[in-house]
Design a protein around this ligand. Structure first.
Ligand code: GCW
Length: 717
């Protein structure tokens, strides 16, 4: 072999070995570095007894084998009896002996149909660890959770865990188009290769399902909410069926977006009026056709009469008419309809933040049983910080599901390191006061506040066909964290960061401690350098990449950043108090009062609710102008700190991911400065004040920033 050939092969082999690390997400199964922990695991895990032989159980068995061989360097023997001790016994309730069942009765009473039990028990004086649940998918969840214990190097002695998901629908929303572009997607093209489906099953579909199952995600909407009716034609349904077959053993149901005008576009009808009998029948037949292929099809997600999408209002009907008609079509098959509340209209002069509530709240109790209304976390649109959406808690007779966005449309795309579970947690912990103190958003979402039958959390996926799935290695943590919070909306984001870091990188405390802190603080950093003190939607227009507070020429007023910040020589901010648009009145009285009063309104949401003078005194004694400028600077400083912290991690992790993150942080730093300089120069025109001395002087002019154009910024259709 020539030298160059050798070098080429060497590079190829090492590249693919390294590249795999990124690809393997949080399922790295790194070999257990601490010898005493490894010894303990080996002693407790001598054999695996697998009960049952469904596809799901085989997946669980394979996962255990892979994990043990990678983490411990040996695969425990697969056995069929329990003559010896220290086995891991894996199987669903129906496969357990009555002796085991009776030892697990307390735990079985605690779990729901998707819950799992991991318990150390003694059988005829022999120690065993049981992983079980009421069905095989629950067992698979148990297996992944058991492996998380090992991945995070916790003890496997005396385990008693009985855990169930707190929501029923834990679902990804892919905004994927049939041409494989992804709306607001920053991690390459869509995973779904429609052209090659149904015959070609990409290994990625399997790996995608496995990753989702490992965090308890049980549903996926394959297509964009800005929907294309073609997905409902036989040609495409055959492809959807193939995907559903791949996902099924992992406990993942497939859902589709339903374009409301589909009966016209693919059904040759003259109307899509939800009260028209032909239309009603068309959807009934369509549902039957889908369920014939995919008996466990989940149902439809619908964006109607919003941002130009067709809907019932085109026919003088309302959201209830539209949702209930589709709900009737899928009801015989136990399907559901997720009807989005993200609606606002260019014909409505009302504050955009008020429109969804105004439109939906009066319909409380009017939707069919299998409809769930899907509400974004805030009333505008996935901003770095928004107060919780006023609909949460305000529709006691209607199940509401949360819609979070993992893809970072307004948070630096996949180039900025932002740990979103911190944002998600803030929303879930917010108190709506709708049933008195303690009526948190989490309790609305998990159904405990109003005893809803269906519950769910959706996340707009940040996944594409990039080698590392999410574009930024740390964006994987947002996918992971979303799944964990969908399972348990009360989980602390620090715990999530800790688990993720250990499973993805290393258990070394010298790595974990600083990087965990960096992740936790990253969310506030992005708020500081983009939209401090309650500013919002001042991103450049269309693509939402970079700052654009000056944009004011769009046809729809509520698409202009100037609509949101309302800066003038007197001050800045959107007056949503009683003296303004009175958006505060959409919250429970306690919350409304808090937001309405300038004194009690949380400062981090100040300019969301109030138009405040440049000289207004903040709690720290600074004027609003100085305080705002300092926040922008703080954001930049925080990114610099992230860079410094990251630099010290080189010895703990692989060089590929180390360098990737270092480069991305460099971009983030550049862009944080861009945000600071562009916004401060722009707002300075109104405040007419000098920058405080702690704030670095901009190196470019406002004209320069305004001249920047990004016609090919990704994700913008
Ligand atoms: O945030 C806006 C996005 C649109 C998106 C819309 C929605 C899918 O800019 O790209 O469309 O929200 O959530 O429907």
């Amino acid at each position: 072999m020539t030298l160059s050939r050798f070098v080429f092969l060497f590079l190829l082999v090492s590249f693919s070995a390294l590249a795999q690390k990124d690809y393997k997400l949080w399922l790295q199964y790194n070999s257990v570095a601490n010898p005493s922990i490894a010894k303990d695991y080996k002693a407790n895990l001598k054999g695996i007894v697998v009960l049952g032989n469904s596809e799901t159980i085989k997946i669980a068995e394979k996962e255990l084998k892979t994990a043990f061989s990678e983490m411990l360097g040996n695969t425990p023997e697969i056995k069929f009896d329990l003559k010896e001790e220290n086995n891991l016994v894996v199987g669903s309730q129906s496969h357990l002996s009555s002796e085991i069942k009776s030892q697990l009765q307390t735990e079985f009473d605690k779990i729901n149909s998707e819950g799992y039990i991991i318990k150390s028990i003694s059988l005829q004086n022999k120690k065993q660890i049981i992983i079980t649940g009421k069905n095989d998918v629950a067992v698979l969840y148990g297996v992944f959770n058991f492996l998380r214990i090992l991945q995070t190097n916790q003890s496997v002695e005396n385990l008693t865990i009985a855990d169930s998901p707190k929501t029923n629908i834990r679902i990804l929303n892919h905004w994927d188009n049939l041409d494989r572009t992804v709306e607001r997607g920053y991690a390459g093209f869509s995973l779904w290769n429609w052209q090659k489906l149904p015959d070609f099953i990409d290994q990625r579909y399997v790996d995608y399902a496995r990753a989702n199952a490992s965090i308890g995600i049980n549903g996926t909407v394959l297509t964009n909410v800005n929907a294309n009716a073609l997905i409902l034609t036989p040609q495409y349904l055959e492809k959807v069926e193939a995907l559903a077959n791949v996902f099924r053993p992992y406990g993942i149901k497939v859902y589709l977006t339903a374009r409301f005008s589909a009966p016209i576009e693919i059904g040759n009808l003259k109307t899509a009026d939800p009260k028209d009998s032909e239309v009603i029948n068309w959807w009934k037949n369509k549902a039957a056709e889908i369920y014939k292929r995919i008996p466990d099809f989940g149902g439809f997600l619908v964006k109607a009469n919003s941002e130009g999408q067709p809907g019932p209002q085109n026919y003088g009907r309302n959201h209830v008419d539209g949702a209930n008609m589709l709900a009737d079509a899928v009801a015989p098959f136990k399907g559901i309809v997720m009807w989005r509340a993200f609606v606002y209209s260019e014909h409505d002069a009302n504050d955009r933040a008020k429109q969804a509530y105004a439109e939906f709240q009066p319909y409380d109790g009017k939707f069919k049983e299998n409809v769930i209304v899907q509400v974004k976390n805030g009333a505008i649109d996935f901003q770095p910080r928004e107060p919780f959406h006023p609909l949460f808690g305000a529709m006691p007779k209607t199940p509401l599901m949360m819609e979070f966005q993992m893809t970072q449309e307004y948070l630096g795309f996949s180039t900025h390191l932002v740990f979103l579970p911190k944002l998600f947690q803030e929303v879930l912990e917010a108190d709506t006061y709708q049933k008195g103190k303690g009526s948190t958003v989490a309790k609305v979402v998990d159904g405990t506040l109003f005893q809803n039958k269906i519950t769910g959390i959706a996340g707009v996926a940040n996944i594409g066909n990039d080698l590392n799935w999410t574009g930024h290695p740390f964006a994987q943590a947002n996918w992971y964290g979303f799944g964990r919070l969908a399972w348990n909306p009360y989980l602390d984001s620090e715990i999530i960061a800790d688990e993720w870091l250990r499973s993805t990188f290393s258990n070394d405390e010298n790595f974990i401690k600083p990087i965990k802190r960096m992740m936790i603080e990253s969310r506030e950093a992005v708020v500081n350098y983009m939209t401090p003190l309650g500013l919002h939607h001042i991103m450049d227009t269309g693509h939402h990449y970079g700052p654009g507070p000056w944009v004011s020429n769009l046809s729809r007023p509520e698409w202009n950043p100037t609509y949101y910040h309302k800066a003038d020589k007197n001050g800045i901010g959107f007056d949503r108090s009683k003296s303004g648009t009175n958006a505060v009145s959409q919250y429970a009285p306690e919350v409304a009062k808090l937001f309405d009063n300038l004194e009690t309104c949380p400062e981090n949401e100040l300019l969301w609710f109030h138009h405040v003078s440049w000289d207004y005194k903040l709690k720290n004694g600074q004027t609003l102008w100085n305080g705002m400028a300092l926040k922008y600077q703080e954001g930049v400083n925080q990114v610099e700190e992230m860079q410094n912290v990251w630099k010290k991690t080189e010895k703990y992790i692989d060089s590929e991911r180390f360098h990737e993150v270092a480069m991305l942080l460099e971009i983030q730093h550049k862009e944080a400065k861009w945000w600071r300089d562009a916004c401060l120069l722009y707002f300075q025109q109104f405040s007419g004040k000098e920058l405080p001395k702690e704030v670095q002087k901009p190196t470019q002019t406002l004209e320069y920033f305004k001249s920047l154009k990004f016609p090919f910024a990704p994700g913008n259709g």
